[in-house]
Design a protein around this ligand. Structure first.
Ligand SMILES: Cc1ncc(COP(=O)(O)O)c(C=O)c1O
Length: 387
């Protein structure tokens, strides 16, 4: 049979993908997955080599804590590998119910709701609270999933410059009157910069303009002093708590509304019981061992002091490089010396601000931190001078 030479949509699909990829490659923006076996003590095995990882958000090393692993294994044996359906269908597993109670208590809130991930939480929260005719004001450096949730809500979404309270005030003064409801979205600790939102000022403004505030605490929980709480405190189980999943802590009324209206909760399978049990055990450890929880920030400060960088205010320290290609080269040079410090490039960060994002963990020891500082001082003196 003669081959069919008419245009084949799957070929045009591949041609499209190949062309897009070539563009990404040329701009040093193509991303690749690397098989990496993460072990205890911040170890990462990649390509047959053992590296010390400074790229992981497991800030307290709890993903490998034997107590966390035991809690997850026990739940796995008792309740199985998966939740079976949406939580509204098969119900809450006992570890999930216990975790929600504990999260609410930890945050000083009436109730909590666990989602499949932090990303899913942020996709569900804003659209359940605001829509057309409403206003969202979002920090320019907010995480991608905060923007995605805002977009899905249909509310008028305006950005304010990063941590710029004066601009936030001006936008509220200009826009609040025309909107039925207003929601402010920000982060306690910014994921790629490691700095912190001026929450007392933001919450005061929110009070003055009857706006609601959501704080994304993905990178703050357990490892920085929380300060003032917002009415909507969301976060993830995947970083300090070493597991997987997301959550919102709020008033009982808000949580009950979200239970009925957050589409990313209602129409998706519940979190596996073992993930909930792991996060619950990790949260107990965070509360019981404050000295352990203080270590990542202490190590981050040791690092910034050694390199003459501005003092760290969280376990995340950015080393700004500039161009994506240079950030990739610096990351590769560090990898050759045994450090995993992944380059962060646009669109995760603004063009011209590619960087190494150095994340510190209680699992690091001081000698590892000093060795990384020494390597950076040798490999990237210009980046450090510019800081
Ligand atoms: C600030 C922030 N919010 C939300 C998320 C999403 O959380 P998750 O990884 O649980 O989806 C992340 C990280 O991935 C984050 O950095």
């Amino acid at each position: 049979m003669a081959p069919n030479l008419s245009p084949n949509p799957s070929n045009s699909l591949d041609a499209f993908a190949a062309e897009k990829l070539a563009g990404l490659e040329a701009a040093a923006l193509r991303r690749r997955l690397a098989v990496t076996a993460r072990g205890p003590e911040a170890a990462a095995e990649r390509g047959g080599r053992r590296l010390v990882s400074f790229s992981c958000n497991d800030y307290l090393g709890l993903a490998h804590d034997p107590r966390v692993i035991a809690a997850a294994s026990d739940a796995l044996r008792r309740y199985g590998a998966g939740a079976g359906a949406s939580r509204l269908v098969t119900g809450n597993s006992p570890p999930l119910a216990a975790l929600e109670e504990r999260l609410a208590r930890h945050k000083g809130k009436e109730a909590a709701l666990v989602f499949g991930s932090g990303y899913l939480a942020n996709l569900g929260i804003a659209p359940a609270l605001v829509g057309q005719g409403d206003l969202i004001l979002i920090d320019d450096l907010g995480h991608s999933c905060l923007f995605a949730g805002a977009r899905m809500s249909g509310a008028l979404t305006l950005r304010f410059a990063h941590n710029d309270v004066a601009q936030l005030r001006a936008l509220l003064a200009e826009q609040r009157g025309a909107a039925r409801r207003a929601l402010i979205l920000t982060e306690r600790v910014f994921s790629m910069d490691g700095d912190r939102a001026p929450l007392p000022e933001i919450l005061a403004l929110a009070g003055a303009y009857d706006a609601w505030t959501l704080v994304d605490d993905a990178h703050g929980l357990g490892v920085v002093e929380p300060g003032q709480r917002a009415p909507l405190e969301m976060g993830t189980l995947s970083k300090t708590l070493g597991s997987y999943g997301g959550y919102l802590c709020a008033s009982r009324a808000v949580i009950d509304l979200l239970t009925s209206r957050a589409r990313s909760l209602v129409y998706t399978t519940g979190l596996p019981p073992a993930s909930a049990a792991a996060a619950l055990k990790a949260l107990e450890i965070v509360e019981a061992e404050p000295e352990h929880a203080a270590r990542p920030l202490m190590l981050a400060r040791r690092f910034t002091a050694r390199l003459g960088l501005p003092e760290a205010t969280s376990p995340i320290v950015p080393v700004l490089v500039g161009e994506a290609e240079s950030a990739l080269a610096l990351s590769a040079a560090l990898e050759a010396r045994g450090f995993l410090v992944v380059a962060i490039r646009p669109p995760t960060v603004a063009p011209g601000t590619a960087r190494l994002r150095v994340a510190f963990s209680a699992a690091h020891d001081a000698a590892q931190v000093d060795a990384l500082a020494e390597a950076l001082a040798e490999l990237a003196p210009d980046s450090l001078r510019a800081a």
